[in-house]
Design a protein around this ligand. Structure first.
Ligand code: GLC
Length: 545
């Protein structure tokens, strides 16, 4: 594959996608909350077509629609406008235009398993059983004043809430302020399709589908056979607890119902109405096979499905190799992986794995060289860790509810550290979440040539110029030692070997081994040795075909 062939691949296959938690990225008006004009003012750092930006291809915005913010935007009260805290529709249009001028594609978060109970649909629906919007939601009479079954909310407690006006329970898979929509109602489905068209017409290139395997629920409301587990310790780092949706038990009647696949196929038809559009789905952790089934038969459902398996494995070459091999083995024909190390729901990789800057570079090396689309969570390019918060500053309802269990998500949502000033260059006001103490060390402004940020930019630039790395094939191979993760990336024009030493020890490269006759093209080291890999070294080498 030539560089031009790689360019002909869809943008969402070839490039890095940046996950921007808008509320924490850049505040333009000093109210302590990140906003769209703030984000627009920082687009050059994301892509300016030189090696001094991150060189992203896509930008996923956390939800920016009006919301009462019980779950920070994941409870939407109007799917067709912008929350004033983030700006206006004009600000949004300006963002789209400025992003497009730089070659950045925009992805909106589509949260349609549920709406806010403040949404006009629900405000009508709950007033009477006869209301035309009543059937947009899921209701049950319950039995003797009790919920109809054992379904639990992912945020704790029963998933059913009593509605006085109609003397029924309504379903909420998350907070009681997030009422689940009835995906069996064809009119509701049409509404969702129209919302998608509305944003595509405004220039949006894709959608990230929130909890896309939750849409349809069992029609008979049968009990789930397993109980919910709220949190589990991270393997290898028991002080870090994984937030539930990633690690919960099987909920056989609330998620992964066959009809959800029909709904996704319909949405895919809407996406395909406009060329170059895509959707990526959050399929909360199941088995690899179940997750991958969401690409659909013949690629008829999601264009990309997040691979979250790095959230639950140890920082070890063997664990990483297992994840990669399982993914590549089970990936349906023609499907393209999507890799994630951190997001707004889990402890950042830097904290989960207790990464030093050198280790953060090796993780970045992995993310940007795997076959598949890398999703980069804002701040990850700095090697940013979680911020710890005292109880009184907690904002996330999950954190408040389960305190002192460390399951809250505020720690990974702290403001982007742009510089070392009091507001971290994020705000001139009081930030909605405190700026992390480590922000000073990890700020964008303080990044020197040895920083994680400089490494990320350099590698992203390198990646974008090598079709083997963007769109080539991949196979794992044995590395020079057990601590090394090693794989090849191949395109018709290039054959590359990536070796990552996931250890603080030097790894010797035996003479005559596969790596000894390769030319290092890229490395974390300024002068890579041909006989060994330095601790945590990421090396990309080319082998003559
Ligand atoms: C997804 C989101 C999470 C949200 C939940 C409910 O898991 O990523 O932030 O709380 O859905 O919408």
């Amino acid at each position: 594959m030539t560089a031009t062939d790689a360019q002909n691949q869809p943008w969402w296959k070839r490039g890095v996608i940046y996950h921007c938690y808008v509320r924490s990225f850049m505040d333009s008006n000093g109210d302590g909350v990140g906003d769209l004009p703030g984000l627009t003012s920082k687009l050059d750092t994301l892509r300016d077509d030189t090696p001094s930006s991150l060189g992203i291809e896509g930008l996923w915005l956390s939800p920016v629609y009006p919301s009462p913010n019980h779950d920070f935007g994941y409870d939407i009260s109007d799917y067709r406008s912008i929350d004033p805290a983030y700006g206006t529709m004009d600000d949004f249009d300006r963002l789209v235009a400025c992003a497009r001028a730089r070659g950045i594609h925009l992805i909106m978060d589509l949260v349609v398993n549920h709406s806010s109970t403040e949404h006009p649909w629900f405000r009508q629906a709950h007033t009477s059983r006869e209301n035309i919007f009543h059937d947009y939601y899921l209701w049950s009479d319950g039995t003797n004043g009790k919920p109809p079954n054992n379904w639990g909310s992912s945020f704790g407690g029963s998933a059913w809430e009593w509605n006085e006006q109609t003397h029924e329970f309504y379903l909420h898979s998350f907070l009681k302020e997030q009422a689940d929509l009835n995906w069996r109602n064809p009119r509701l489905r049409e509404e969702i399709h129209d919302i998608m068209r509305f944003w595509m017409d405004r220039g949006v290139d894709g959608f990230r589908l929130d909890v896309a395997n939750y849409y349809v629920k069992d029609a008979q409301l049968r009990d789930n056979s397993h109980k919910f587990v709220i949190a589990q310790p991270m393997p290898g780092n028991p002080s870090t607890t994984l937030f539930m949706p990633m690690s919960r038990e099987v909920c056989d009647h609330t998620v992964d119902q066959p009809e959800t696949h029909d709904a996704l196929r319909e949405m895919r038809c809407v996406i395909d109405e406009k060329p170059g559009r895509m959707m990526v789905g959050e399929i909360t952790q199941r088995t690899q096979g179940q997750v991958l089934s969401y690409y659909g038969d013949g690629g008829s459902e999601l264009n990309l499905v997040f691979n979250f398996f790095f959230f639950v494995r140890r920082f070890r070459a063997k664990d990483f190799r297992d994840i990669i091999e399982q993914t590549l083995d089970l990936l349906p024909e023609g499907a393209w992986p999507a890799w994630v190390l951190s997001n707004h729901d889990v402890v950042r990789a830097a904290s989960r794995y207790r990464l030093s800057p050198a280790m953060a570079k090796s993780m970045m090396g992995l993310l940007l060289t795997l076959k598949g689309t890398p999703f980069l969570y804002y701040g990850e390019e700095l090697g940013l860790a979680n911020t710890s918060l005292p109880r009184r500053l907690l904002q996330d309802p999950v954190g408040k509810r389960y305190w002192p269990l460390p399951v809250g998500r505020d720690g990974e949502r702290a403001p982007m550290p742009w510089d070392a000033t009091a507001g971290a260059g994020f705000t001139t006001g009081i930030p909605w979440l405190p700026v992390s103490a480590s922000s000073v060390t990890y700020s964008v402004e303080s990044a020197d040539p040895t920083s994680v940020l400089s490494f990320t930019r350099r590698l992203s630039w390198f990646r974008s110029h090598h079709p083997a790395l963007t769109t080539g094939d991949m196979a794992t191979i044995d590395g020079p030692s057990d601590t090394c993760l090693c794989f090849t990336r191949t395109s018709p024009a290039e054959h590359m070997t990536i070796t990552i030493n996931l250890s603080d020890q030097t790894a010797q490269i035996p003479r005559g081994s596969f790596t000894s006759d390769q030319t290092p093209l890229f490395s974390t080291e300024e002068h890579p040795s041909i006989d060994s890999l330095a601790p945590w070294e990421v090396r990309i080498a080319t082998t003559p075909a």
